[in-house]
Design a protein. Structure first.
Lengths: 861, 160, 300
């Protein structure tokens, strides 16, 4: 955190000053470790085993926050008797289909009620219908389209709340299942998988337990060390389980915080430039599952919790896209939505580019030739386009691959044979345009415009507005049905002399307007009848009272510690989500020390410094009537209001592609067999079989070492905004790799000398830093060496160098299609071969390792 | 003490305006004050009023002025013809017009009214990557336009 | 205003600005750099350069941990030192003999963990500043804030100040010829602003303020750390009785000063005017000692 989010780290330093214990888990000893009380070196990619060891410690010592767990989680719920655990099936859960590589999660459900109500029956039928829809596996379809991510602001729906045993003794209650599942993660097993000693594991576990409960809370912060794995979503799930068991969710000083890496990467997920979702985490329309507006909304509509109002959100979005053209008669232009049929994610699209199935490409402030895994794949895709538009501040590698890319050097690509037409359009910087970023805590902050952009530089707002206008002009008068969505689009923003739309009008459209045309104040005002329009329901309220709330800048010293009048946080300017959990079931604070939101019985409402994440006047003793729907179905003691059962999920009955509970699997390239189960890798991982993405076989002596990539404080991602600047370049001028003294001795690597690092994809060179900060890890009777590679460099910039991402293979997490950044490699002293000798060198490694040439193209997973 | 030293002032006092901004690098969201004189950025520093950053900036945030005033920034449209070995100049208006033509052409060429018997009304011919460094308003217009175009392979860094 | 003349060259001096002839002046300003919370982010280096428009200092990977700016100089006015030290373990006595054979031996390296010390160094703004004493043009002068500033419009690049500095801070910029160093953001101070480095510092490792108040803060912090059992913590440059009369920029360190590349007992080189060169020799000797110490440190 000190390394990649230094200013955020001030709060960690502040906490430490006030007595907090700081624990840092990372393969390398970083600038965060330097200030931590404890550094836990870990084998990259083994986090589920480590966190599982902590869960096991909590459960086997009865160290959970029992009142919280019983009242607020699904620990007491009884699971279907057909459910089988990885314990029973040697690393698989029940429902796995080896042929498709997908799970059918039916057996993961809560035990069906013996005497279901009519609603429950109906819901169950719906689910079963979905299951068999289209003649193929509905869940496989859902997962292919990465629909679990459509839960970005809430949980998946369950048909019934289920039977509960609040003594937690029933052998099939979630608590007992969890206990059995994690019992395998003993301290000895953790050592064998992660290289963490039992003493250190105990130290961490005891510290966590001691700092959780009524009086204290503990927080987890993570970044791409968890997300960029084939088990990434489940790593975060393990942390969620741990935090729920310890009662650390929805409370001040608790939580799990994603430290995101780009200024508005949270915003670009909420208002997505993503293939699988629409604004506000509404799923993209699926050709099979969503043949009507009703089907599209069926998953959530009418069920308990706030997702039950999804029709209002969806119809309001369609209204903001197509305005007057969207009417009840045409299902609000629902037919205008293009349909997904599976995985259309970035890497899969690159494969389509290589295969000639995708010919036009926009790159907007992104440099995949350096920043994405397997750079060669990226560049081969770029070289096979008809046209490419690159918008950036500097001349990045993704715009110059045809001239000076690594494949030009090796002869794999020849400039004169690359037919890609390239438009480089200079972009405006952050001070040359006004607009809002959403930072990592979901806070929107407005930037005012300071200066005009230089020369031809324009904002993306200007570019896309003008592009859209031009396309619409050129298509004007078209009678072709395919052009209707473009021609009916509301696309009439007031613009300045540069053609730049007034950004606040766009923010206002995102916020939404009511029947009278006035800005709405809250998403609870949205209607399903077409009388309201709203571009992103979770952002509704950011323009309440016609005021740009994201532009509020009341100094923190003039406000309470929550500082609600600085910027605006979705939803409803609420700073801590699920904060009803900061009070006990009876509505009183768990403790004075951790008082945050509580029930004021005299006033009959929830109160505190933050906006309560609950129905404001719903008393703690409220019990919904049978058959209640939507928000009315939320019990007064159920803090997790986006879940249909109101509980925090220790066990995910639905929604994840790879199991209801996390299980450790080895990364796709690993130096050792999975010590836990016969099942080596995530059985549902998504592989990308293409000639440029060969995989190292696991545990081969040819590729004996683990490598992982990471950031340095002095640079930013693929480097376009940092290695072009002298002040940052001088601080970390060249690519390097970090190795332990033992590995240096083993391979004859000299400090500051050159090393060549090689995988089945390619070989790169980097200078060597031999350092005790990289530890040799003992796993059982063997020692594992890890090589650290900061990934900021590429052929352009002030000091050019090889790009470590060229080494990384593309194998993805099945929930979100993010690649695994860990792989195996060899390392040798000296510089890499040049030109065609490089391809021959890598070819020789592949031959020795027995890597099969990919002749058949295809995707699996 | 020289006359210069005697009359020295921080250059920020001469700013024509001080504009509130937010750091463009990571997602912490540190508040910045941008000092502008004669239409040029003369200094960018942290804004102490922010409850997130309390006026502090990391080395990248501190280098923001160099980022926006960098002499290596490309400020003219560059164009590379198919199979060409060098860049050419191109007028911005022309470039946008040419891009619009290509969008229309590729969209039509790869249009799928149906896929495997199911109505899809989309194009798989056009893809987009990027958005995490951009504003919410920009992402919104992008997704809106792409969706109307029928382009679905719209992605950003959040996936990577 | 006439240029004040530095009068005292040695000994305790509580008000250097008054000593330099300022009748009515603000309180002495300074930096307290608490290295125990430094995260080595180098924001100070960049913020300094952006504000003072200092050019980059070349692109060289040094291999000195994450320190690629190496030392203070004419174009590096803040410099973050990085020191990697294996943690001392009360293990079997190391006889310093070469280890033989056993394949496992290498794996032991670093097994007890490592300490990574970071410290943002800066001009000390000495109470007795030799650079100023030897400056023949009056380019270097004592400001009303008690700081030491070189005036680029006066400096003729003679370079006398360079060997005079007991810390090796001030230097000539080759392509320019003149001497440069930290001004403690003299221009910002005049407008009651915080110097750029302290303003940027994410963790308050660099604290700016009235020197007497900073002294109190530092003393409290030191006591707090000692209470927590961090016995290695010590203040450096805090003592008004030391060889330079105490520093305007002083530090809390977590090891011997030599470990950070700081001279253990700096003495104002003009203490005995005329014997400058002898002291330069001693300073060079001290640097050699630093090299040996860090080498030994590594071996432990």
């Amino acid at each position: 955190m000190a390394e990649a989010h230094p200013v955020g780290f001030q709060w960690v330093v502040e906490a430490k000053r006030r007595g907090a214990t700081i624990i840092h888990v990372d393969p390398r000893f970083t600038r965060t470790s330097a200030l931590a009380d404890v550094h836990v070196p870990i084998r990259a990619g083994s986090d589920i085993a480590f966190l599982g060891g902590l869960v096991n410690h909590v459960l086997s010592n009865d160290a959970d926050f029992r009142e919280y767990v019983v009242a607020y989680t699904n620990a007491a719920n009884i699971v279907d008797s057909d459910f089988q655990d990885t314990e029973d099936l040697d690393g698989l859960f029940s429902g796995y289909d080896p042929e498709s590589g997908h799970y059918d999660p039916t057996t993961w459900r809560y035990e069906p009620p013996e005497d279901p109500t009519s609603d429950e029956q109906e819901l169950q039928q719906e689910l079963e219908h979905e299951e068999h829809e289209g003649g193929s596996d509905g869940h496989a379809q859902a997962h292919l389209a990465a629909q679990s991510e459509a839960r970005g602001s809430g949980g998946a729906a369950v048909p019934w709340k289920g039977r509960r045993d609040e003594t937690l003794q029933h052998p099939r209650c979630v608590y007992q299942i969890l206990k059995r599942h994690f019992s395998r993660y003993t301290p000895e097993m953790v050592q064998e998988v992660c290289g963490i000693s039992p003493e250190q594991l105990r130290q961490v576990a005891e510290s966590l337990v001691a700092n959780s409960g009524r009086e204290r809370t503990a927080a987890f912060c993570y970044a791409v060390g968890w997300t960029q794995h084939t088990t990434g979503a489940q790593m975060i799930r393990t942390a969620s389980i741990l935090q729920l068991l310890l009662g650390n969710i929805g409370r001040p000083g608790g939580g799990i915080m994603a430290l995101r890496g780009h200024a508005s990467i949270q915003g670009s997920t909420d208002i997505p430039t993503l293939f699988n979702i629409l604004p506000g985490y509404l799923p993209m329309r699926h050709a099979d599952q969503h043949q009507s507006l009703d089907q599209w909304l069926a998953d959530d509509e009418g069920k308990a919790g706030f997702w039950g109002e999804s029709r209002s959100y969806a119809v309001s979005l369609l209204k903001s896209y197509w305005g007057d053209a969207a009417t009840p008669d045409n299902d609000f232009c629902f037919d205008y939505l293009p349909r997904v049929t599976g995985d259309h994610s970035s890497y899969t699209t690159v494969k389509a580019q290589i295969e000639g199935r995708c010919k036009g490409y926009f790159l907007v402030g992104e440099n995949p030739a350096v920043g994405s895994a397997n750079g060669k794949m990226q560049r081969l895709g770029l070289a096979n386009l008809d046209w490419l538009v690159v918008r950036d501040l500097q001349m990045i590698e993704s715009a110059t691959f045809w001239k000076d890319g690594p494949e030009i050097e090796t002869g794999e690509l020849v400039t004169e044979e690359i037919g890609t037409e390239v438009f480089f359009l200079p972009a405006a910087s952050h001070v040359e345009k006004a607009g809002s970023f959403t930072q990592t805590q979901r806070m929107l902050q407005w930037r005012d415009k300071a200066v005009e952009p230089p020369g031809d530089a324009r904002s993306e707002l200007q570019f896309y507005f003008q592009l859209g206008k031009r396309i619409r002009q050129k298509l004007a008068g078209s009678t072709d049905e395919m052009d209707r969505p473009l021609l009916d689009l509301t696309w009439d923003y007031p613009a300045d002399e540069l053609g730049d739309p007034e950004p606040e009008t766009v923010l206002r459209e995102i916020n939404g307007t009511g029947p009278d045309g006035a800005a709405l104040s809250a998403y609870t005002e949205l209607k399903a009848d077409g009388s309201t329009a709203c571009g992103c329901w979770i952002y509704c309220g950011v323009y309440a009272d016609e005021t740009n709330m994201a532009r509020r800048r009341k100094p923190h010293w003039e406000q309470n510690q929550v500082a609600p009048e600085w910027g605006w946080v979705w939803p409803a300017n609420r700073r801590i989500l699920y904060n009803r959990a900061s009070a006990a079931p009876d509505g009183s604070p768990w403790s004075e020390r951790k008082r945050y939101i509580w029930w004021d019985a005299d006033e009959g409402k929830w109160t505190g410094d933050d906006v309560p994440d609950f129905i404001p006047d719903r008393s703690p003793d409220y019990v919904p009537e049978d058959g209640a729907k939507g928000p009315a179905a939320i019990r007064g003691t159920d803090p997790f209001i986006m879940q249909t059962d109101g509980k925090g999920w220790l066990f995910a009955t639905v929604g994840l592609a790879d199991g209801p509970m996390p299980t450790h699997y080895e990364p796709p390239e690993s130096p050792l067999p999975n010590p836990l189960y016969q099942q080596q890798n995530n059985p549902t991982r998504r592989s990308l079989a293409t000639a440029s993405n060969p995989l190292n076989p696991s545990y081969t002596e040819v590729f004996p070492y683990v490598f992982t990539t990471y950031r340095l404080t002095e640079h930013h991602t693929a480097g376009g905004m940092s290695r072009t600047l002298p002040y940052l370049t001088e601080l970390q001028p060249e690519p390097f790799c970090e190795v332990s003294p033992r590995l240096a001795a083993e391979r004859g690597l000299e400090h500051l000398g050159w090393a060549t690092i090689v995988t089945s994809r390619t070989a790169i060179e980097a200078r060597v830093l031999v350092t005790d900060r990289v530890r040799s890890l003992r796993l059982g009777d063997r020692t594992i060496e890890q090589i650290g590679l900061p990934y900021h460099w590429g052929p352009n910039g002030l000091v050019p160098g090889d790009s470590p991402n060229d080494l990384v293979n593309v194998t993805m997490d099945p929930n979100v299609y993010i690649q695994d950044k860990v792989g195996t490699c060899d390392i040798r002293p000296g510089r890499r071969p040049r030109g065609s000798a490089l391809t021959a060198y890598v070819e020789e490694y592949r031959r020795r390792a027995g890597v099969e040439e990919t002749t058949t193209e295809g995707t699996q997973g | 003490m020289s006359r210069r030293s005697d009359t020295l002032e921080p250059r920020t006092v001469e700013a024509d305006k001080v504009v509130d901004s937010v750091c463009p690098y990571c997602a912490v969201g540190c508040a910045q004050k941008v000092f502008v004189k004669d239409g040029k950025v003369t200094q960018i520093e942290g804004n102490p009023a922010s409850p997130i950053s309390r006026g502090r900036l990391c080395p990248k945030g501190s280098a923001s002025k160099q980022l926006v005033t960098s002499p290596t920034r490309v400020t003219k449209v560059r164009y590379r013809r198919p199979y060409a070995t060098e860049w050419e100049d191109l007028d911005l208006e022309t470039a946008v017009d040419m891009i619009a033509d290509r969008v229309i052409k590729t969209r039509r060429q790869f249009w799928q009214e149906e896929t495997d018997g199911k109505r899809t009304r989309r194009t798989l011919g056009i893809a987009s990557l990027g958005g995490a460094t951009l504003d919410n308003e920009e992402n919104y217009l992008m997704k809106k336009l792409y969706t109307a175009m029928g382009a679905i392979q719209i992605e950003n860094q959040a996936r990577i | 205003m006439s240029t004040p003349v530095e009068s005292s060259l040695w000994g305790r001096l509580d008000d250097p600005a008054a000593d330099a002839g300022y009748a009515d002046h603000p309180k002495r300003k300074g930096f307290f750099t608490d290295t125990s919370v430094c995260i080595g982010c180098k924001a100070c280096e960049v913020a300094c350069k952006e504000w003072n428009q200092v050019p980059d200092d070349g692109f060289l990977l040094t291999g000195m941990s994450y320190d690629n700016s190496q030392q203070l100089g004419a174009s590096t006015w803040r410099h973050v030192a990085f020191v990697e030290k294996p943690i001392d373990v009360p293990a079997p006595v190391d006889l310093g003999m070469p280890t033989i054979g056993s394949e496992d031996q290498g794996a032991v390296s670093g097994d007890a963990g490592v300490r990574w010390l970071m410290s943002s160094d800066v001009c000390k703004h000495c109470t007795h500043a030799a650079c100023l004493d030897v400056c023949p043009t009056g380019a270097l002068f004592r400001t009303e804030f008690g700081t030491v500033v070189v005036q680029p419009d006066v400096c003729n690049g003679c370079g006398y100040c360079v060997p005079a500095c007991p810390y090796g801070v001030i230097d000539l910029r080759k392509e320019d010829g003149r001497a440069f160093k930290c001004t403690l953001c003299y221009d910002r101070l005049k407008d009651d602003q915080t110097p750029a480095c302290a303003q940027a510092c994410p963790t308050e490792s660099i604290q700016f303020g009235d020197l007497d108040e900073l002294h109190e803060r530092a003393d409290r912090r030191l006591a707090e750390l000692h209470e927590k059992g961090v016995d290695v913590a010590r203040l450096y440059g805090r003592d008004p009785e030391d060889g330079v009369g105490g520093d305007g920029a002083f530090f809390l360190l977590l090891d011997e000063p030599e470990v950070y590349g700081l001279p253990p007992d700096p003495v104002v080189t003009t203490r005995d005017i005329g014997s400058i060169w002898k002291h330069v020799g001693a300073a060079a000797g001290a640097l050699v000692a630093v090299g040996v110490a860090s080498f030994l440190g590594r071996r432990r």
